[in-house]
Design a protein around this ligand. Structure first.
Ligand SMILES: [Zn+2]
Length: 427
């Protein structure tokens, strides 16, 4: 007997979209097909999915949840709600909390809180260096024993190439992945926005695109030395796209992600001096935006990752130069990608679920719907227009409030259970 039947929607399967019903029972997809098996009287709840698209639940490689340490911005519970409201069933929590996640018991704390909240999988990532100080390695042994596979000092670059090499040599033996926040601290030079025509016009200190590409180029050399899997977090420049493309052609184990806001806005938005446009890395030129879109479309860039970075209103409501960097993104991510790119539904779920799950090594997420597959699913109205106005996140630092987007999220299923409906947690 099915628990739910998603009736009359378009199902994105490994062989392309089909019109079919999806039967969910005992946490898995029991069957896909028109009335197959026939729904017995009283069996499960029938959810009308006419006109809707059913795909694998979204997976975010890059979420800042602020717990432990800065729960006034976000915590694992509010972040989980924001995730499912945006159609995500698994999110990777960045380790730059207070304290940073640099040892095993801290990673287990994140996993345990995720299980207590129970709305989606919040998967801990671990620091590369102890206390994220860039001086010695984090407890990589404990972190890998706690199940961590993705390592990053996100928020800062691992500037010491020797230290990064040692981390790579350790992690290559353990199927670990280095995710680098690529920004040379010297070249970044305290800039507040992209260094270019707009920063000159505003007279604001800029942050050169080359701060990113010099680190990516250096790191690719270390990948060649060690063979370690390497992932570029929030790629923001055309130069990075070119480096990733060449590295892939060379056969290096390299992947990259782009954040939705870098596909949507250019540094022209910063002329308003509104801190809601203060991202990290900064919004780049229109040429960069177009190259990033193209890179995502061709697959040179593997994944979209939100870089969901909550900050309280009082923190953002200050002059541009003084504001913290980053914007929230879980609840608008698919809508922004749908609106900003020419990707069809299948390609969007590939870049926002299937590929990120592969990169993070998640078995139960990112699987095209099929009988026997874990029922971690997302249902979207891919062509409807909607206007984001309120958020589940504790923070509201979004540049998308009031804008018209396509593709509102409808029903997220986590481990076979509908967890979110009509703006509320489903009890
Ligand atoms: Zn970062």
């Amino acid at each position: 007997m099915a628990d739910y039947v998603l009736a009359g929607g378009t199902v994105l399967t490994a062989n392309g979209p089909i019109e079919a019903d999806v039967h969910i029972a005992n946490q898995v997809i029991e069957a896909i097909g028109p009335g197959d098996p026939p729904v017995a009287n009283g069996a499960g709840e029938r959810i009308d999915c006419t006109g809707l698209t059913i795909g694998p639940g979204l997976v975010d490689l890059h979420t800042h949840l602020r717990e432990p340490g800065q729960e006034w911005k976000e915590d694992i519970e509010s972040g989980s709600r924001a995730a499912v409201a945006g159609g995500f069933t698994a999110i990777l929590a960045m380790p730059n909390t207070n304290p940073p996640i640099d040892s095993g018991h801290l990673a287990r704390y994140v996993s345990d809180r995720s299980a207590q909240v129970g709305l989606c999988d919040v998967i801990p990532t671990g620091c590369i260096t102890e206390s994220m100080a860039g001086e010695g390695l984090a407890h990589l042994d404990e972190l890998t024993a706690a199940g961590v596979r993705v390592f990053t000092d996100d928020g800062v670059t691992v500037a010491d190439a020797g230290l990064l090499r040692r981390a790579m040599e350790y992690l290559v033996e353990r199927d670990g992945l280095i995710a680098q926040h690529a920004e040379d601290p010297g070249l970044a030079g305290g800039g507040h926005m992209h260094e270019g025509a707009v920063s000159s016009w505003l007279g604001m200190a800029g942050l050169a695109a080359e701060a990113e590409t010099t680190i990516v180029a250096r790191d690719l050399t270390l990948v060649r030395m060690t063979g370690c899997r390497y992932h570029v977090a929030h790629a923001s420049t055309a130069g990075t796209v070119a480096l990733i493309e060449a590295a892939k052609q060379e056969g290096l184990p390299v992947t990259a992600e782009v954040a939705p806001h870098h596909l949507f806005f250019s540094d022209e938005a910063v002329r308003s001096m509104d801190p809601v446009y203060k991202m990290y890395p900064p919004l780049r030129t229109q040429g960069d935006v177009e190259t990033l879109r193209e890179g995502l479309e061709t697959g040179v860039i593997d994944a979209v990752a939100t870089d969901h970075a909550p900050h309280a209103a009082h923190e953002k409501d200050v002059p541009f130069e003084e504001a913290p960097r980053g914007v929230i993104g879980l609840e608008t991510a698919l809508g922004v990608v749908r609106t900003a790119t020419g990707l069809d539904a299948g390609a969007i779920f590939d870049r926002m679920s299937v590929r990120p799950a592969e990169i993070a090594g998640l078995d139960r997420h990112g699987n095209w719907p099929a009988p026997g597959v874990a029922a971690n699913l997302a249902v979207f109205d891919m062509d409807a227009q909607w206007t984001p106005d309120g958020f589940q996140s504790k923070s509201t630092n979004s540049p998308f409030i009031g804008l018209q987007l396509r593709g509102p999220p409808q029903y997220p299923f986590f481990e076979g259970k509908l967890v979110w409906r009509d703006g509320k947690v489903e009890q």
